[in-house]
Design a binder for this molecule. Structure first.
Ligand SMILES: NC(=O)c1ccc[n+]([C@@H]2O[C@H](COP(=O)([O-])OP(=O)(O)OC[C@H]3O[C@@H](n4cnc5c(N)ncnc54)[C@H](OP(=O)(O)O)[C@@H]3O)[C@@H](O)[C@H]2O)c1
Length: 169
């Protein structure tokens, strides 16, 4: 059992009003400001992500460490990327990484679904549109009703709101 101290676990996601997060292995939109927000927010943290999310960019976000979750024992990732076969194992490994005080759940769908029960904060970019997609974020509103902060923005094509939410006490 790991003796390392437990880090806070936050979820970070951008989803549409109909809770779409992805289509054909990619984001359904291109919102530069949200990508910058993602990179800035997760900096200095440990990102836990599914194997398909990793396959999208195949490297760690700047200034972070990464744990990739896969059921495939054959898969190898370049150092210093860590590998886990389940979310609990990924959290244990993330907790043992020194100098990176926060754990970020970076998707995709099944990790978000599993993490909703254990995360203490949700960093949600709500994109005010309905899009077609094949991967979804779970319904969060009853679980994370407390708004810690809210900032509206737009890139001309999409309006979106950066929300930080906490779970009901
Ligand atoms: N909008 C956003 O903020 C956001 C964020 C992240 C991703 N996305 C989008 O979501 C899509 C990718 O997400 P996805 O849901 O398709 O895939 P994913 O979660 O990244 O990857 C799925 C794979 O991860 C592994 N995995 C997931 N949960 C696991 C568990 N509990 N235990 C062990 N292994 C597990 C399995 O890998 P193996 O098959 O190797 O066993 C599974 O096939 C893309 O379109 C991406 O652009 C959007």
């Amino acid at each position: 059992m790991s003796l390392s101290a437990k880090k806070p676990i936050h979820i970070i996601v951008a989803c549409s009003e109909n809770r779409v997060i992805g289509k054909d292995g990619h984001l359904p939109w291109r919102i530069k400001e949200d990508l910058h927000y993602l990179f800035e927010t997760v900096k200095d943290g440990v990102v836990i992500e599914g194997r398909r999310v990793y396959d999208e960019i195949k490297k760690e976000y700047p200034g972070t460490r990464t744990v990739v979750v896969t059921r495939n024992p054959e898969l190898q990732f370049p150092e210093p990327i860590l590998k886990a076969s389940s979310l609990p194992e990924a959290v244990e490994k993330a907790n043992s990484v020194k100098g990176y005080p926060t754990i970020w759940i970076g998707g995709g769908q099944s990790l978000y679904e599993e993490a909703l029960a254990i995360a203490d904060r949700l960093y949600l970019t709500l994109v005010h549109t309905e899009v077609e997609g094949d991967t979804f974020f779970p319904e969060w509103r009853s679980e994370f009703p407390k708004v810690v902060s809210e900032r509206k923005s737009s890139n001309g094509k999409f309006d979106y709101t950066f929300l930080i939410l906490e779970r009901k006490s």
